[in-house]
Design a protein around this ligand. Structure first.
Ligand code: GRF
Length: 194
């Protein structure tokens, strides 16, 4: 399975997937990391691990269609089967969604549909929830919507701080995301490009 990972920031999930591939837990190749942000730490990780990366910003394109058309060309050139969004902070538009229907995954740090958006961990913590969690889902045109593939709960204990909760959630993400990707590969629900 040929994967492209899209990230905008830290890239810890990208690294977890790369490590799971290196240790043969996931039977895939990361063709390239794509970053929309030249300052993303994910790029440093790609350099260290030795994974090719591509970086360009939508600011340099006239429209989202033009930006995504460039991205699509890169995906097709590298014969990417599956796009994995790992902290990619943009909505995917129709250009990519149509070309990669049911082949774009996202990970989100809450039990969707609860707490969509950018500050989900904090939102759940401040709402005094007893639990939150992690969701892996296919994406559609909405924000943090789309068919759910897997969810795992994380308890919010009275002694938890926002930092400790974040750490617990990221730990779950780094295990769950590679696991779900491998399950999709084994179930062959993702069609390889022809
Ligand atoms: C993760 O919490 C993920 O669920 C969310 O963005 C964060 C990305 O973290 N979509 P990282 O860049 O993989 O470290």
């Amino acid at each position: 399975m040929r994967i492209a990972v899209f990230a905008s920031g830290n890239g810890s999930n990208f690294q977890a997937i790369a490590e799971a591939i290196a240790s043969k837990q996931v039977d895939a190749t990361i063709c390239f990391l794509f970053c929309d942000n030249p300052k993303a730490y994910a790029i440093d990780r790609a350099k260290k691990i030795g994974i090719p990366y591509t970086v360009f910003s939508p600011k340099n394109y006239d429209s989202r269609v033009a930006y995504e058309t460039e991205l699509l060309e890169q995906l097709e050139k590298k014969e990417v089967d599956l796009v994995v969004l790992a902290g990619y902070m943009r909505i995917i538009g129709p250009t990519l969604l149509t070309a990669y229907a049911n082949r774009i995954l996202n990970i989100h740090p809450s039990l969707l549909p609860c707490f969509p958006g950018k500050s989900s961990i904090r939102d759940a913590f401040e709402a005094n929830e007893k639990k939150t969690g992690v969701t892996v889902h296919f994406i559609d045109e909405g924000v943090d919507t789309g068919p759910i593939i897997a969810q795992e709960e994380v308890a919010i204990l009275s002694e938890d701080t926002l930092d400790s909760l974040e750490a617990k959630i990221h730990q779950v993400e780094h295990r769950l995301f590679p696991q779900v990707i491998q399950e999709l590969i084994e179930n062959k629900t993702i069609k390889k490009s022809e």
